[in-house]
Design a protein around this ligand. Structure first.
Ligand SMILES: C[S@@+](CC[C@H](N)C(=O)[O-])C[C@H]1O[C@@H](n2cnc3c(N)ncnc32)[C@H](O)[C@@H]1O
Length: 392
């Protein structure tokens, strides 16, 4: 009981991460640099947001004229519906004639920007209109769905606990989008097929590097994360996540820059990685591909299938490589299924089935880390690999 309460509290906090203005600016700039008219005449919906807390609305409102937007809509989620319920209405809200003490707790809000309300000759954050939604602002509600259907772009940092559902919600309406998620989402069966079909790709900036997020005042943050955020210049109620990245269906220039690569022979001679220098590339036992443990060790002259780390997708250029699959059971690309497997880890032996959920490499000598024994043969398993081939 105590554990599940603790778990719920942690999860709740996980949904309350607020994106930094600089991170949004840096990422969105890449799309506008690539196509200055990308947002011209368009409607952007920022769901799961709240200008009082978050920077997405502020950023797009401040750039409304520069981007030539038609309409900016953002919606927020009711404090009572949030799993992490700490909420204090701001002075801005309480002094507004629309303020309703009850509705403020139970209803979501909508913020719309489409005209120069103040008459100062420009459209910006001061021209935002707001009102309460009829419901709590859940992105799955009919009310927010209607706003989604009206929009050309959906942009936000969605609740981490609902990432799969949120992406499906965008895809079912066939909208262009830019959202933040965890890099591991690449391996989800709801996400990877979209990447493989070039309907979704990683954004232009910050993928896999530390990303700092504000958290509600007083949220418990691991000291190590608080210190890392502070070193990046964010002192106070901030945390950092090392594995976050942008998922996008808006084109940017970085994804069209081919990776500079060495030949296989040069890699074997000169690679900075000790696993590559002086060795042949290893082949998997259960996939018809070679193992490439580092993106910068991809042999540029190899025409066969290669297994590369998921972080390769940060460097993926569709004109240079085709994506053929991923080494996860759900994808179903393995050439064989192992029967009885014994896992040996720190000397402890256990019967498992996980050797089938990844690429396996046979070893002639007893490996140093965890390994598996199948019918007297020894294997190690590598992390999830994306299977790629050069565009021929
Ligand atoms: C990761 S935070 C990001 C907030 C903001 N978009 C930002 O980037 O600063 C996700 C927000 O979505 C809200 N949320 C959680 N479940 C939701 C739902 N079902 N519908 C809409 N919003 C939800 C959370 O309460 C949280 O405020």
């Amino acid at each position: 009981m105590a554990n599940s309460v603790l778990g719920a509290a942690k999860l709740a906090k996980n949904d309350e991460f607020y994106t930094q203005y600089y991170d949004i600016e840096r990422e969105v700039n890449a799309y506008v640099e690539y196509n200055p008219d990308v947002f011209r005449g368009k409607t952007i919906l920022l769901p799961c947001d709240d200008p009082e807390w978050s920077n997405f609305t502020k950023y797009f409102a401040q750039n409304f004229d520069r981007f030539g937007l038609k309409r900016l809509i953002s919606t927020s989620y009711a404090p009572e519906s949030k799993r992490y319920k700490v909420y204090e209405p701001t002075l801005f809200e309480m002094e507004d004639p629309k303020y309703d003490e009850d509705k403020t707790k139970t209803n979501g809000k909508i913020f719309v920007l489409d005209r120069d309300k103040t008459g100062d000759g420009r459209i910006d954050v001061n021209d935002l209109d707001w009102d309460y939604l009829e419901g709590d602002g859940d992105f799955r509600s009919d009310e927010v769905k209607r706003l989604r259907d009206e929009a050309d772009f959906i942009i936000t940092n969605p609740p981490f606990s609902l990432f799969r559902e949120f992406l499906a919600w965008i895809v079912e309406a066939n909208k262009r989008f830019l959202i933040i998620g965890n890099m591991n989402a690449i391996t989800y069966k709801e996400v990877f097929p979209l990447i493989m079909e070039n309907k979704v790709w990683l954004g232009a900036t910050g993928n896999g590097t530390d990303m700092v997020f504000a958290v509600p005042k007083g949220t418990e943050v691991k000291e190590q994360d608080r210190q890392k955020a502070a070193r990046l210049g964010y002192v106070g109620d901030y945390t950092r996540l090392g594995n976050s990245c942008w998922f996008s269906s808006i084109d940017h220039g970085k994804r069209h820059q081919p990776l500079p690569l060495m030949t296989m022979a040069d890699n074997i001679k000169f690679s900075r990685h000790k696993e590559i220098r002086g060795h042949d590339y290893q082949r998997y036992d259960n996939y018809d591909a070679i193992e490439v443990p580092y993106t910068d060790a991809i042999p540029g002259d190899y025409d066969g299938v290669m297994g590369v780390p998921i972080s390769f997708l940060d460097k993926y250029c569709p004109e240079q490589f085709v994506i053929l699959g991923i080494t996860k059971t759900w994808f179903g690309g393995a050439s064989k299924t192992y029967g009885e497997q014994i896992q040996v880890s720190d000397g402890a032996r256990s019967r498992v089935s996980k050797l089938n959920d990844g690429a396996a490499i046979e070893k002639a000598e007893v490996p140093t880390g965890t390994y598996y024994i199948v019918e007297g043969r020894m294997f190690i398993q590598v992390y999830a690999r994306v299977l790629i081939r050069k565009v021929l």
